[in-house]
Structure formats: structure tokens, C-alpha cells
Ligand binder design. Structure first.
Ligand SMILES: NC(=O)c1ccc[n+]([C@@H]2O[C@H](COP(=O)([O-])OP(=O)(O)OC[C@H]3O[C@@H](n4cnc5c(N)ncnc54)[C@H](O)[C@@H]3O)[C@@H](O)[C@H]2O)c1
Length: 401
């Protein structure tokens, strides 16, 4: 592993010290270009936990963190509704910005974030999503190289317990950013856009809210048509019935090896709550209890993924495997090993991309325009389902490989 330098490229301030940051911590700690220098969170316990774990100051106000001259980049991992405001504060203070998915809850907010970053001359990067997964990037390289011929179809399907885990009321309200369209579909869309070159022409979708008492989208079936004639199907179902990890070597989303007998456990676990308030309070306590130890590091792990994904070109098919990419072509089936980052779960390429942008002064691939284009697809999924028609897109941008 590379040794951390005394003046790392990314001197990071963390905004929001909950589950996302905790997942990111092992990568942040091991990445040679990153040093965590401060944090901000509204909750005093989160701030105390951070200072104890990282030996760095934690602010109650986001503005105070963004004014700290030691910080040159922030990681915005607050709940969705804060992404725009926190990105705007950071941009005004001249800090580069990594913002968690979803970029924001409306295209107007995405545009405001993009304009602010442009005005203040800072990089804006939207991540993490599964388009950063190393096997997905390897498949993009293969498509670009032309070795399997022109791209035709991308099919990606994910079945999980997403909607049946304990949730706060706003996580079950689409107008507040709840449900799968704002939380899981950005992963699928970002990955499919990267593989397909970015330029989605149109979206046709159906969505469903299938569980009484959980009145938000828990499943969707979406058809994307790319401008160059390729197409994609995206399926997500979060009701804790079938688990598509069964078709992915029983490796979970983060790359962990999973037990094959956990079906229905999330759903059964919800029975312990008398009502939505009790469930929401449990979720809030659980987020706090995550602390800032970082995700436990298993003895062995695999690449992260977001379900079963099969890419079809004229000369063959391919899909992510547990440790790389499986290619099926005229010579048969072969596995290409793809190296992983040093920490679990592997999110190193988000930081690689920002470090590269700062070093070269060139916008990252997952910049504001890219993030806004992904959110345009997600918004079109909701609109298409509501209006039962195909939606033609206007804000798509190509992959800058
Ligand atoms: N890319 C991924 O795989 C991934 C995984 C998990 C979460 N996320 C994203 O990260 C974001 C946060 O999710 P989470 O699960 O960590 O939530 P969380 O509730 O666990 O943590 C949010 C933290 O932000 C703090 N906070 C809330 N409002 C604040 C404010 N105004 N100012 C400062 N701090 C504030 C809270 O006290 C809490 O500590 C969401 O947008 C989510 O979609 C992404």
C-alpha cells in the first residue's frame, strides 16, 4: 500500500457522521491521497465520537467546517434534503465537493450545485455509486476497446430487502426523497449510463408500492433507450422475498460473503415495532450507534456490486463476477481478475477520481453534469410511471473516458 504523504492531495472535512461516512471510513483511512482533518454534524454524540476516533475537531455548523483553512475538500453525507445547501456552502468557501447519491431531489437543485461549483472554481463529484465498482469500469474498458463488438443490451436486476429494513418516516415518503427511486435506482442508472456511454434518449418505466404501510416505490421495471441504439432494462425489488445475491455467488452489495438462508428476516424484524414512530426512533438510534469505528474488516471479501448485470455485445456477453469480470464469447467462458482496493467496502475509486481532478485541474468523470443527467433519468422513471408514457430526456452527457 502507498504511504500517506505529509501534504495529501485531499485534506478532507466530513459533513454528516452517520452510516454513509462509517462505510467510507476504512477507505478514507487507507487511501494514500487522503487525510481526514475535521468534521461537522448537528448531533453532539456524533461529534464526540468523531473526535475520539479520529483526533480531529468536529463542528456543530457546516459553515464553520467549510471556513477551516486546513480543509480543501468536503464529503457531503448528510440526508438527501441537505445535499444542495451543504454543497453551496462548501463551494462558496472554495472547497472541492464529493456529494453522496442522490445528488439532490430536483433537477433545479442539481443545476444550482453545478453552477456554484463552476462559479467558485471547485470540483464537484457525485459518488459513491456502483458505477465506481472496479469490475464495472473494466467492462466499460472492454466495450470501448471494441473487442466484443458494438454494445446492444444491458440488463441489471436487483432483488433485496431494501424497503423492509427499519426506516424513518421520510424514507417512506417519495416527496421527501424516500423509496428506491432516490436511494437505489441512482446506483443502477449511473452504472448503466457508464456502460452505455452516458447518452440516454428515453425512459419508459413502471413502479410499484406493494407493501401496506410503506407508501413509496419499492420496485420498478424500467426500459432505457440509448441514442446509439443500445438499450437497457433495470429491475429493482426491495421487499425481502427473492434475493438476487443468490445469482451472484452469495456475495452481498458491499462485497461481503452472505448466508443463503436470511430470506424474510428483515420483514419479520419489523414486527417488533408498534408503529412508524417507534420504527423511526429505532433507525435514528441505530445510525447513531454505528459510531465511527468504520465498517468491520472481514478476513476476505469480494468486489461490491448492485445485483445481476449482464452486458451483451455483438461478439459476446459479460458480467461482473465476485472477483472480476466473466466474459462469454466465441472462445468460451473466461474470468478476468480485477484488483481491489485495500479496504472493505472498496470505495477507493471515488477518492482516486477526486485526487486526479485536483492534480490535473480537469473535471472528474462523475461531475455535476454527469450527476444531474443521472438524476434526470431517475426523475423520468417517476414521471413515466405516473403518466404511463415514454419520457424523452434533455440533460444527458456522454462519458468522458
Ligand atoms: N453510496 C452509498 O452506498 C451510500 C450508502 C449509505 C448512504 N448514502 C447516502 O448518504 C447520505 C446519508 O445517509 P446515511 O445513511 O449516512 O444517514 P444517517 O442518518 O446515518 O447519517 C446522517 C448524519 O448527518 C447528520 N446530519 C443531519 N442533518 C445535518 C445537518 N443539517 N448538518 C450537519 N449534519 C447533519 C446526522 O446527525 C447524522 O449523523 C444519504 O444521502 C444517503 O443516500 C450513500
Amino acid at each position: 500500500m502507498a504511504v500517506k504523504s505529509d501534504s495529501p492531495v485531499i485534506r478532507l472535512g466530513l459533513i454528516g457522521l452517520g452510516g454513509a461516512t462509517n462505510q467510507m471510513l476504512p477507505t478514507l483511512r487507507s487511501h494514500p491521497d487522503v487525510r481526514i482533518v475535521a468534521a461537522a454534524d448537528t448531533h453532539p454524540d456524533a461529534r464526540d465520537g468523531f473526535t475520539a476516533a479520529c483526533g480531529a475537531p468536529a463542528y456543530a455548523e457546516v459553515e464553520a467546517l467549510c471556513r477551516d483553512p486546513r480543509v480543501n475538500t468536503v464529503y457531503v453525507a448528510t440526508p438527501h434534503q441537505w445535499h444542495k445547501e451543504h454543497a453551496l456552502i462548501a463551494a462558496a468557501c472554495g472547497k472541492h465537493i464529493i456529494v453522496e447519491k442522490p445528488m439532490a431531489l430536483s433537477l433545479e437543485d442539481c443545476d444550482a450545485m453545478m453552477q456554484a461549483a463552476h462559479r467558485h472554481g471547485v470540483h464537484l463529484l457525485i459518488g459513491h455509486t456502483h458505477s465506481f465498482d472496479a469490475p464495472v469500469r473494466r467492462m466499460r474498458e472492454i466495450i470501448r476497446s471494441g473487442e466484443l463488438g458494438p454494445l446492444a443490451m444491458i440488463n441489471t436486476w436487483s432483488y433485496s430487502n431494501f424497503l423492509m429494513r427499519p426506516r424513518r418516516p421520510e424514507e417512506l415518503d417519495t416527496s421527501l426523497g424516500g423509496g428506491i427511486i432516490y436511494n437505489q435506482v441512482p446506483h443502477q442508472v449511473d452504472m448503466v449510463r457508464l456502460l452505455g456511454g452516458g447518452m440516454v434518449h428515453s425512459v419508459r418505466s413502471m413502479t410499484w408500492a406493494l407493501e401496506p404501510g410503506r407508501p413509496t416505490e419499492g420496485s420498478h421495471l424500467t426500459f432505457l433507450q440509448f441514442e446509439d441504439g443500445a438499450a437497457a432494462s433495470l429491475v429493482f425489488s426491495g421487499y425481502d422475498y427473492f434475493d438476487s445475491d443468490e445469482f451472484h455467488f452469495w456475495v452481498g452489495e458491499s462485497g461481503e460473503q452472505k448466508a443463503p438462508d436470511a430470506h424474510g428476516k428483515a420483514r419479520a424484524g419489523l414486527r417488533r415495532f408498534a408503529d412508524a414512530r417507534e420504527e423511526g426512533a429505532f433507525k435514528a438510534r441505530a445510525a447513531m450507534a454505528v459510531g465511527l469505528g468504520g465498517a468491520p474488516q472481514p478476513a476476505s471479501w469480494h468486489h461490491p456490486h448492485c445485483g445481476v448485470t449482464i452486458v451483451s455485445c455483438a461478439g459476446g456477453d459479460m458480467r461482473p463476477s465476485a472477483d472480476g469480470v466473466l466474459v462469454y464469447d466465441r472462445q468460451g467462458r473466461r474470468e478476468l481478475q480485477v484488483p481491489r482496493g485495500p479496504a472493505f467496502p472498496d470505495k477507493a475509486s471515488v477518492l482516486d477520481e477526486m485526487a486526479q481532478a485536483i492534480r490535473t485541474a480537469r473535471a472528474p468523470l462523475h461531475d455535476g453534469a454527469w450527476g444531474m443527467a443521472t438524476m434526470e433519468v431517475c426523475a423520468a422513471v417517476l414521471q413515466s410511471a405516473r403518466e404511463r408514457r415514454e419520457i424523452v430526456l434533455r440533460h444527458q452527457v456522454p462519458v468522458r473516458d
